[in-house]
Ligand binder design. Structure first.
Ligand code: NAD
Length: 619
């Protein structure tokens, strides 16, 4: 007698965010298959429709309200006693923030990076289908020029539209840049400095229109003005430094003294720059200016989240036709970024670790260098000998500047136990006095979140911390006034099992932990995947430096925080997952745009092959 075979229908929800990430969930501990990632969902009850089951499962499992979705595929799985149909849906519209079942973890993963996850074998075809859908959508979007509707961070209204370049337009622009680059290179550095000086004047002349657009992109005024000044500063600094760098040098072989050499510096023809939304203007120009001075042509792709400044900036470039021939900028999204990597000779990427990994993989496939400036989770160590006023000032400014939306933001604070209570009390006192720049733009200090998803990430980290025992001493809840704001937030009773201590926050959040021994402080500071930068505040610079030497990060600010933003001269590398490639700061920020070529001269007589006869070996 054969056992009855049950037919079971199961729904799987692929919850998808506008950024292209999808949600996967680890089964709760204790359930079969625990420890394996899969898409949320569950069994369809008899008489229920697939979408009805989705609605119920999503509410029960994640606490979100299903709105619309579309069917991706059905998969059949046959077991000895049952036959399961897995109906997979892409859910792009839902309300609420997914929260995990008890004992379960949730994770947002870029669709393109899904195959690296330890997913259930049964889910593999879903991953392939998702990636095929994504590739087809990206291909179609690129072919015709992807349209973007952009949200205003201050008002929350979608008030700006643009169309990214189509593939054909991108290829035309790149061909034109490549055609103009040899002449640009032949101009020599003095000629290029002169042209960049004219661009500087054009920028100053168009300051108001560039700034007006940048303020709309970011929802902040003073920092936008600072970004503009910083770009002028980059032109000045690199114009001063470039003539002294990349000088051809001569030398001689020690082994074969008749050989001498001259080293030639050959610029890459086309540098592709992909920049993020948090400092749209400076992070677009920070690599473009040294690359242009080095003799490269540059294609800059600003983020689709903050594209408004690109148009007035392009007008300032077009005011200087010699520059416009070798410098093109056009905002776009992922598809434009990927197409640029396919066509450039070197890539400068500033953005998240997640995207940076994809950029690195694509660049590696083409054997082109990728300079990656990625995320951080900067620690600040404070000793009992530190001046309390200074320490709290540094912590507050370095955590909350630009609403914490800076890669080099202080995101976790470790304070020596003997002064912990006094530090926390004073920090909370100061943090509580900081206002947001709403309802008037020209007031307060803390601006809105530029990217709406970032507010959700920060809220989820705070919720996770509170669920695990943290206390919020000030701030802590997102204020929605169209745009979204968070007042400076101090968290205590935190530990490294909370995402707020391990994942990049990018918000004005200050989790504070006490430490007893220096070893403990360093172990906490060095915990995690990031190694961008850090800070130490101590009683003296010597004491701070001794601690800083033990921190696993590319730069450490002593008796201050986040100084990398203003120190252009000191070379630094990103440690661990915070980046890869030559330093953006210091002389290497310029020389990395050249390949060194050795011109090796034989001043004697070239060796004939007969000199290598075996019989010439002395017996
Ligand atoms: P992101 O990685 O989401 O996007 C960065 C850029 O990459 C955007 O222009 C985007 O359109 C583009 N892009 C997206 N997918 C791509 C792909 N597959 N191929 C090529 N390009 C692609 O980063 P974001 O959210 O805009 O920026 C915030 C992140 O940037 C944070 O992690 C922050 O720490 C980091 N950041 C680092 C530095 C630094 O110097 N280390 C500076 C500022 C910001």
């Amino acid at each position: 007698m054969t056992a009855a075979v049950h037919r079971v229908r199961v729904v799987a929800a692929v919850l998808s965010r506008p950024s292209g990430e999808v949600l996967i969930a680890e089964r709760p501990v204790g359930k079969p298959l625990a420890g394996r990632w899969e898409f949320p969902g569950g069994k369809v009850i008899e008489g229920e429709s697939d979408t009805g089951a989705l609605r119920r499962e999503l509410a029960e499992e994640l606490g979100v309200e299903y709105e619309t979705g579309h069917h991706l595929m059905d998969l059949e799985h046959d077991y000895p006693d049952r036959s399961v149909t897995l109906s997979t849906w892409i859910v792009e519209r839902y309300h609420g923030e997914p929260r995990p079942l008890e004992g379960q973890r949730l994770k947002w993963v870029a669709r393109a990076a899904l195959s690296a996850e330890d997913l259930l074998e049964a889910d593999r075809p879903i991953v392939e289908a998702l990636q095929a859908v994504e590739a087809a959508a990206a291909g179609a979007a690129l072919a015709s020029g992807e349209p973007f509707s952009v949200r205003n961070p201050w008002t929350g209204a979608v008030d700006f539209q643009f169309r990214a370049l189509s593939l054909l337009e991108l290829e035309e622009r790149i061909a034109a840049l490549r055609a103009a680059q040899p002449r640009w290179r032949e101009l020599g550095v003095a000629g290029r400095i002169e042209i960049l000086a004219r661009w500087r004047a054009a920028l100053v002349a168009r300051k108001d229109e560039i700034l007006a657009a940048l303020c709309e992109d970011t929802g902040r005024q003073l920092i936008s003005a600072g970004e503009f000044q910083a770009v002028l500063g980059y032109i000045d600094r690199w114009s001063r430094m470039a003539p002294t760098l990349a000088q051809e040098e001569e030398g001689q072989s020690v082994a074969v003294p008749t050989l001498t050499y001259r080293s030639q510096y050959v610029p890459y023809a086309l540098v592709g720059i992909i920049s993020p939304w948090n400092f749209p203007l400076t992070l677009g120009c920070i690599d473009a200016i040294p690359a242009l001075l080095a003799g490269c042509a540059v294609f800059l792709k600003p983020s689709e989240i903050t594209p408004r400044f690109a148009e007035p900036l392009r007008r300032a470039v077009e005011d200087v036709p010699e520059l416009a021939a070798v410098f093109h900028l056009a905002p776009g999204g992922r598809a434009t970024g990927e197409a640029l990597i396919e066509r450039a000779d070197v890539v400068c990427f500033t953005g998240s670790v997640r995207t940076g990994r994809l950029v690195a993989e694509n660049a590696a496939r083409r054997f082109i260098p990728a300079f990656l400036e990625l995320g951080g989770k900067d620690p600040l160590i404070i000793t009992a000998s530190a001046d309390l006023e200074l320490a709290t000032d540094v912590a507050l400014r370095a955590s909350c500047l630009a609403t914490g939306q800076a890669c080099q933001s202080i995101e976790r604070i470790y304070v020596q136990a003997s002064c912990y209570d006094a530090f926390v009390a004073r920090l909370v006192e100061k943090a509580s006095q900081i206002d947001i720049n709403w309802p008037e733009r020209r007031r307060g200090i803390v601006g809105p979140f530029i990217f709406a998803s970032q507010a959700r990430i920060v809220a989820a980290q705070i919720a996770d911390a509170v669920a695990k025992g943290a206390r919020v001493l000030c701030g802590g809840s997102i204020e929605d006034h169209g745009g979204q704001w968070l007042r400076p937030t101090v968290l205590v009773d935190v530990h490294h099992g909370m995402t707020v201590m391990t994942d990049e926050t990018f918000g004005p959040v200050m989790p504070v932990m006490p430490w007893n021994t220096l070893e403990e402080a360093l172990a906490l500071a060095n915990d995690g995947i990031y190694g961008l930068s850090a800070g130490v505040v101590a009683g003296s610079l010597e004491e701070a430096e001794a601690i800083a030497r033990g921190i696993d990060a590319g730069a450490v600010s002593l008796n201050d925080g986040s100084l990398t933003a203003v120190m252009g001269e000191a070379e630094k590398h990103s440690f661990k997952a915070s980046g890869l490639g030559g330093s953006r700061m210091g002389a290497a920020g310029y020389t990395r745009f050249f390949r060194r070529k050795a011109l090796i001269r034989q001043t004697g007589r070239a060796t004939p092959l007969s000199a290598l006869a075996e019989s010439n070996l002395p017996s």
